[in-house]
Design a protein around this ligand. Structure first.
Ligand code: SF4
Length: 719
């Protein structure tokens, strides 16, 4: 470890009396930013960016800077508790770790015996980089059901890129792309898995052109050379419009197409089903702008697409991902320097291997909930949440009796929150591991105190596709908090998996690093490791797909019975698909735009971060506000066919007046009622999870685009 080469840490320690400074990396979002953690009187006293980290070069966001406020928060759960009153009563009793894990183990073994391992569902949300350990315990148990956000976040990008080109293409910002197309993403404030806002901004400052695809005038959109202000949910049509220009003006990379593409003819036929007139009508984007953007993207070398989760949380999830890959591939930017590189990690045990997927018996895998319907998701061990709620509420196709949520708050973050709540109320036994008693944890039987990133050793980023792994070093111990990994290591040994776990989790870290011939203690001394970076690997060995080509026409989707080429589907609730409903609900509601201080439902009790976002905000165009008699700052009711919630109005002219944009995952930790106001402003009260509205291959729920009406909460009583 080349300690503190570029900083004045030694001087700071001397002047301010810090006892030590620990190099680690943050996990307040999906992580990766290198940090320097300053310790004084045995506590974390300051957190700063690490200038030597290749991920963030010393920059940090508000969440990273506020990590210690979360870790030392007075409401933080620091010991295990069990519920002693009815569900939702808020009555808890302190218990020991052994009591807690023994009780959970007893339930697991009992349900496995009576109803089969499939009746036990483990789940995680954003993940504290715990996914490999969660899949490991669940696969070894014999349950095929791990409920993650993977049905509509990142999982689709990984899975569709694997079937199209073998792995996930990542922008090589260090190679300075000349044009960046930001699509369904705002990397300057969000948490993309492999990159942060800093290298994006550096590339722009170096002169890269910018195209932004977004219904809202975000800050990047305001800075863009071209802003494509599409109608929400029409991404596939827009992508096809651009591909139409690229194909028919022969702007594509002919060598790539001739030698490395599978399915060109049927693809061109499909492209020609999307002429620009039709695309303009579907998307609301003028065809001249589509043409201009397509030309700019195709003729800039290299060029890259900064994509995000917004394109996945809708009915066209898998096809959106594939179409953006086609734009990357056909313009010759796959594995190009400064384009989108297919990186390799260092040779370690990968997440799939650690997750013990090969140990799940085939007959158990076949029982995966929703596996017959969402076959592409099931191939990657992913399920959509509704199948779990149905298995609890209706016991179909079999009963689910136990849930174990680790870093997940589904009451706030999954579609159709009322149904989620009913399912969690009904399930026979639920355990939760988290930092606080969240609205989900309040419905549990046992809640375990999870460690933050400041309290654990781990091999950070080993699940990512950017090729780096970084040591996360434990800085402090707070109360009895335990990392999810250590907790699962202990639990695994209590449910008959002794030979697959270790004396403590450091043994697992050694196991992951074993192929490199190093141990955790060795790795802890290093700054990071990176796999070899090589471009155009496909020219030597082809793509890792069944045809060894870049599959425009997916042979895997065809075998599964899906359309092998992407298509545009109208979202289930839109002015086009539901004109009658549109008369009653005359606004297109978009949800989920990121708030810099929050990570989905997290951080609303952290003072610095709540200070950035006091109330839930719904953006309304000034014309619409006038029409509905809504003033800036009014509390507004947003209503869909499924329910209504309240958020505070912010007038925003940077979007079409027919659109309303609401924030997601709002609850109120300051509300000491055990529900913490979960149903007051939670936009998922309004979203839908009906099967026919989900992506047909992946089960992504359509939470980003729906119809709503809006009106002042109290006319005449301005707040
Ligand atoms: S972007 Fe994520 S990893 Fe980086 S400082 Fe912010 S919260 Fe931490």
């Amino acid at each position: 470890m080349q300690a503190f080469k570029h900083s004045n840490v030694e001087r700071e320690m001397e002047v301010y009396g810090f006892e030590s400074v620990v190099k680690s990396h943050c996990r307040m979002c999906h992580g990766g930013c290198g940090v320097l953690v300053y310790v004084k009187d045995g506590k974390v006293a300051k957190i700063a960016g690490d200038p030597e980290c290749p991920i963030n070069h010393g920059t940090l966001c508000s969440k990273g800077l506020a990590s210690a406020q979360l870790a030392y928060h007075p409401d933080r759960l620091t010991y295990p508790v069990k519920r002693i009153g009815p569900k939702g009563s808020g009555r808890w009793e302190r218990i020991s770790w052994d009591e807690a894990l023994d009780a959970i183990a007893e339930k697991i073994l009992d349900y496995k015996d009576k109803y089969g391992a499939e009746s036990i569902v483990f789940g995680y949300g954003t993940g504290r980089e715990n996914e490999a350990a969660i899949y490991r315990i669940t696969n070894l148990l014999g349950s095929p059901n791990v409920l993650t956000a993977g049905h509509f976040c990142y999982g689709p990008r990984i899975s569709t890129s694997i079937i199209t080109m073998g792995t996930n293409p990542i922008i090589e910002y260090e190679g300075f792309p000349q044009c960046i197309m930001m699509w369904g993403n705002n990397v300057t404030i969000s948490n993309p898995d492999c990159y942060k806002g800093e290298p994006f901004s550096v590339a722009l400052d170096a002169g890269a052109k910018l195209i932004v695809v977004d219904p809202r005038l975000t800050k990047p959109a305001a800075r863009a050379d071209i802003w494509l202000q599409l109608r929400p949910g029409t991404d596939p049509a827009l992508a096809y419009g651009m591909l139409n220009v690229i194909v028919n003006e022969e702007l594509y990379d002919k060598t790539f197409v001739e030698n490395h593409v599978f399915g060109w003819e049927p693809f061109v036929k499909r492209v020609n089903e999307y002429p620009l007139d039709k695309v303009e009508e579907i998307t609301w984007v003028p065809k001249a702008k589509i043409r201009e953007a397509a030309r700019l993207f195709a003729t800039s070398k290299p060029a890259a697409i900064q994509w995000g989760v917004a394109i996945e949380q809708q009915i066209n999830c898998a096809d959106n991902d594939r179409l953006l890959m086609f734009l990357m591939g056909l313009t010759g930017n796959i594995d190009a320097e400064g384009g989108q590189v297919l990186y390799k990690t260092p040779p370690i045990v990968n997440v799939g291997q650690f997750g013990a997927h090969a140990m799940l018996p085939v007959e158990q895998a076949q029982k995966r909930l929703g596996g017959d319907q969402f076959r592409l998701a099931s191939r990657f061990a992913i399920i959509t949440p509704k199948v779990v709620w149905d298995a609890i509420l209706e016991e179909k196709p079999y009963p689910v009796k136990m849930l174990f949520f680790i870093s997940s708050n589904p009451v706030m973050t999954r579609a159709n929150a009322k149904e989620v709540y009913r399912a969690l109320e009904k399930v026979e036994f639920m355990a939760v591991s988290d930092f606080f008693l969240t609205p989900t944890a309040e419905l549990a039987d046992i809640v375990l105190p999870a460690a933050t990133w400041l309290e654990m050793d781990y091999i950070g980023d080993f699940w990512k596709r950017h090729g780096y792994i970084l040591p996360r070093r434990k800085v402090v111990q707070i109360g009895e908090c335990l990392s999810d990994h250590e907790m699962l290591n202990r639990l695994g040994k209590k449910i008959g998996q002794e030979q697959f776990w270790w004396d403590n989790f450091e043994g697992a870290l050694d196991f992951i690093l074993q192929p490199m011939g190093i141990t955790w203690k060795d790795f802890k001394q290093m700054d990071y490791l990176r796999g070899p970076v090589k471009h155009y690997k496909y020219k030597e060995s082809g793509f890792s797909t069944p045809t060894r080509k870049f599959e425009l026409y997916s042979t895997i989707l065809e075998k599964m019975g899906y359309d092998p080429l992407p298509q545009h589907r109208e979202v289930p609730e839109s002015p086009v698909s539901a004109p009658e409903l549109y008369k009653e609900y005359p606004y297109i509601l978009i949800t989920g735009a990121r708030q810099p201080g929050f990570f989905h439902s997290e951080n609303r009790q952290v003072p610095w971060l709540r200070g950035l976002h006091k109330d839930p905000i719904v953006q309304i165009h000034p014309d619409a506000a006038t029409k509905e008699d809504i003033k800036e700052g009014d509390w507004v009711i947003i209503e869909s066919p499924r329910g209504k919630v309240r958020q505070r109005a912010q007038l925003f002219a940077g979007m079409d007046p027919r659109i309303v944009a609401a924030q997601h995952a709002w609850w109120f930790p300051e509300n000491k009622d055990p529900g913490h106001g979960w149903d007051k402003s939670n936009i998922n009260i309004l979203t839908d999870n009906a099967y026919d509205g989900c992506d047909p291959a992946f089960g992504a729920t359509n939470i980003r685009t729906l119809l709503c009406k809006i009106y002042p909460e109290k006319k005449g009583e301005r707040s």
